[in-house]
Design a protein around this ligand. Structure first.
Ligand SMILES: [Mn+2]
Length: 297
């Protein structure tokens, strides 16, 4: 608590921002949000941007942190252990946030499906749930779910719409058992995005189909919107009258979603932010250099 207060003070003032530019190493400005949503970190995979993610976690804090699936890439780890120090540091940093009083909620995805066996449990202050209902500051109820549950629906969106509700429910059950069976028999996860990339013609429609499937789920559950991940494509928009929020990923785009104190959501694009900060710090260093002694000539 004391720690987060101190960090809050740093954020508040403009001087702090200037100080951060002068000394980017020692003076770290931390932004505090009501809630942070992160997904698709894929720790354990070589593509994971653990260093940038660590930088993100150092500069951003929240009362509540949702980890919206594919945090650890269990499928990759199965084919050979890859766990560098930076990946460990990310886990430590998240656990540290929990210890410092943040409410950390872990909603597993398909790549960390093993964690779904532990829903309802709490590990070091991290609560594992299948999905969650998040109440925003302005009273919206948001379904928080990874999104892979709807792969089969997305893939068959057109004929499922024709058959109606029972086919939809059935498809979701089949999807769950299909992936469970693949895991049991040690077969890799069937990837929706890989499938979409193969069928190039459908790749364009694929994001739209996914977004529609998730918005439909919000309609079915009679909530105000949905917050998901899975397709590595951060967005905030309204679909079918529901708020559709996608956290993106920390493999390619390095995005996260923040909920501000008034309940509105924002996409944080950390690659851009980190690059801008580096550029500003570099410019500051150049300015700090002693001016060339023109008079000596
Ligand atoms: Mn996924």
């Amino acid at each position: 608590m004391l720690d987060s207060n101190a960090m809050g003070k740093v954020t508040r003032t403009a001087q702090a921002k200037a100080a951060q530019l002068l000394d980017p190493v020692n003076e770290i400005a931390v932004k505090r949000y009501r809630t942070l949503f992160l997904s698709d970190l894929h720790l354990g995979a070589r593509g994971a941007q653990a260093e940038l993610l660590l930088d993100f976690l150092k500069h951003n804090d929240a009362d509540k942190v949702y980890l919206v699936g594919d945090i650890v890439d269990g499928w990759r780890l199965r084919n050979g252990w890859y766990w560098p120090q930076a990946h460990n540091d990310v886990v430590q940093k998240l656990l540290r946030k929990a210890r410092k009083g943040a409410h950390v909620i872990y909603v597993p995805g398909n790549h960390d499906e093993f964690a779904r066996d532990y829903t309802g449990l709490n590990f070091g202050g991290v609560e594992v749930v299948d999905h969650a209902l998040h109440e925003t500051a302005d009273g919206k109820t948001m379904l928080v779910i990874h999104g892979d549950q709807f792969d089969i629906v997305v893939r068959n969106a057109r004929w499922l719409a024709f058959f109606g509700d029972w086919a939809y429910d059935f498809a979701i059950v089949v999807n769950t058992w299909f992936n469970r069976a693949r895991r049991m028999f040690g077969v890799g996860y069937w990837s929706l995005s890989a499938w979409a990339k193969l069928k190039v013609k459908n790749a364009v429609n694929f994001i739209g189909d996914f977004e529609n499937a998730l918005a439909s789920e919000a309609v079915r559950r009679d909530v105000d919107g949905v917050i998901c991940g899975h397709i590595h494509h951060a967005t905030i928009k309204t679909i079918q009258g529901k708020l559709y929020v996608n956290t993106g990923d920390f493999v390619e785009s390095c995005t996260a979603i923040a909920e501000h104190d008034d309940g509105h959501f924002e996409i944080l694009r950390w690659q851009t932010t980190a690059a801008e900060r580096e550029a500003a710090a570099a410019a500051q260093r150049v300015k700090a250099l002693p001016a060339p002694r023109a008079a000596a000539a």
